[in-house]
Ligand binder design. Structure first.
Ligand SMILES: Cc1cc2nc3c(=O)[nH]c(=O)nc-3n(C[C@H](O)[C@H](O)[C@H](O)COP(=O)(O)OP(=O)(O)OC[C@H]3O[C@@H](n4cnc5c(N)ncnc54)[C@H](O)[C@@H]3O)c2cc1C
Length: 435
């Protein structure tokens, strides 16, 4: 049986390779896994450099010891156990070669008839890559464990030093970037210090911890309405976080942060939650945005390569004059849309119209009992928004076990102010904060 895809005759099952098992990649595979062409299922290969799908929205809770890594991740292989036509491979794809239609990584070269790039994004230090060593970003479980280690070690070292300046530096935590991740991290460190650790030390008072949230723009949480931004700043200040707006960082080193206005902030723990850039393999001659995302056609394929799709954080897509945000619902809806386009092509039916993102709303949590919700016509904040945020995050976690574990851990933490995952594990001297 031969199928025609963009004029090319192929034999055997149609081979779809999806690179990236994040929100977008998983959605694409799930939408295609039962498609049959000429009676045959598609041969789908899902490749990821990690062996797990990660629920990134709760990473900050692993970094601040509220959850354990396994609570927010699920092995990709386990998600497709009974699906014989889906092959899962753990490989880091370095290049795409559109002429022979292959992608290649350390483990081999994989042929495709249709390719979906869903490789997400990484943090960008705006060209100052040396800052990464002093200000880790939060993107993977390894990052979360490193940040947890640095935060907990800073308190341990502060407890042991007799030098007041060193103690002050160790007990200063600075988060750069006032987006949802920065806000969540700042609130969570404040709660860790002022509630969970408050009575655990004998020589320091964790309640005296200085937590700074630095944002270069005039307000936090760009994209949210001004009243919710203002509420967020007030709620953070209520938790003891010092929010500095219009604060542009000009340097980060072992000793702390220098701001553009010359101000110097000694801080042993600095966390980067600012700009992002797309994660993409080499070999593509595609047009990219300033942050390296591939500019895609309205059907999410590459204009010069109709058999290659790019979705989620790795792609640049403009709707009504603005580029879509790097959030999970965009990646999922794009994954579903790319699957519809592929399915229509294979079936020879008319393709769906251009991709359009349906924004169901935005949420951000600030701390215990405090969050904001912007659902378009309805906006709310405080306790109700916090409950809603928790419900949505539990529902979207992959795997029943994860939902149960997270629900239990949150309930316990809420009742006791405890954080059960306060373990300092592994790491090297380099991963420890400097007094
Ligand atoms: C800390 C944090 C908090 C967030 N909070 C929220 C939130 O509250 N709400 C929200 O909607 N969004 C949130 N986001 C954003 C959201 O997680 C992303 O928009 C979403 O994950 C994008 O999905 P994706 O499929 O494009 O990429 P990802 O989910 O990032 O998946 C990309 C996958 O590709 C793999 N990969 C990358 N390069 C390669 C390669 N070369 N070879 C093989 N595999 C590769 C990666 O290992 C990864 O598994 C948050 C992000 C972070 C980092």
């Amino acid at each position: 049986m031969a199928e025609a895809v963009d004029g090319a005759e192929i034999t055997g099952p149609h081979r779809v390779v999806v690179v990236g098992a994040g929100f977008g990649g998983l959605k694409t595979v799930r939408a295609l896994q039962d498609v049959r062409v000429g009676g045959k299922p598609l041969a789908i290969t899902l490749i990821d450099r990690q062996n797990h799908h990660l629920f990134q929205p709760l990473l900050y809770q692993v970094a601040t010891a509220a959850l354990s890594p396994a609570d927010i991740a699920e092995p990709v292989r386990a998600l497709f156990t009974g699906q014989d036509n889906v092959t899962v491979l753990m490989d880091d794809i370095a290049a795409v070669d559109p002429a022979p239609r292959t992608v290649s990584g350390r483990g081999g070269t994989y042929p495709y008839d249709t390719l979906v790039l869903a490789t997400g994004a990484a943090y960008s230090y705006f060209g100052n890559d040396t800052w990464a060593a002093h200000a880790p970003a939060l993107k993977t479980l390894a990052d979360a464990r490193l940040i947890r280690r640095r935060i907990l070690l800073a308190f341990e070292r502060a407890e042991m030093t007799a030098d007041a300046n060193a103690r002050a530096k160790l007990m200063t935590f600075a988060i750069i970037g006032g987006g949802p991740t920065g806000v969540e991290m700042a609130g969570a460190i404040a709660e860790l210090a002022r509630s969970t650790l408050a009575r655990d030390f004998r020589h320091i008072d964790p309640a005296q911890t200085r937590i700074l949230l630095l944002e270069a723009a005039p307000n936090v949480l760009s994209g949210f309405p001004a009243p919710l931004q203002d509420y967020t700043v007030k709620a953070l200040e209520g938790l003891g976080v010092m929010v500095r707006l219009d604060a542009m960082v000009s340097d980060i080193d072992r000793g702390g942060i220098t701001l553009k206005d010359g101000d110097r902030i000694p801080a042993a723990t600095v966390i980067w939650a600012a700009g992002v850039r797309a994660n993409l393999p080499g070999g593509l001659d595609a047009r990219t945005s300033r942050s390296g995302q591939i500019e895609v056609a309205p059907n999410l394929s590459l204009p010069d390569h109709p058999d290659i799709f790019c979705i989620g954080d790795a792609c640049h897509y403009e709707q009504d004059g603005t580029s879509l945000p790097g959030v999970a619902p965009v990646a999922e809806q794009q994954g579903a849309h790319a699957a519809r386009v592929i399915r229509a092509r294979l079936a020879g039916t008319s393709p769906p119209g251009p991709f359009r993102y349906r924004n169901a709303g935005m949420l951000a949590t600030i701390g215990r009992n405090k969050a904001i919700a912007d659902l378009g016509k309805i906006r709310f904040k405080g306790w109700l928004a916090w409950m809603f945020w928790g419900l949505v995050h539990i529902l979207f976690l992959i795997g029943f076990r994860n939902r149960l574990m997270v629900f239990w851990n949150w309930t316990w933490a809420w009742l006791t102010y405890g954080r059960g995952a306060r373990l300092i594990l592994g790491g090297s001297r380099r991963d420890a904060p400097d007094p």
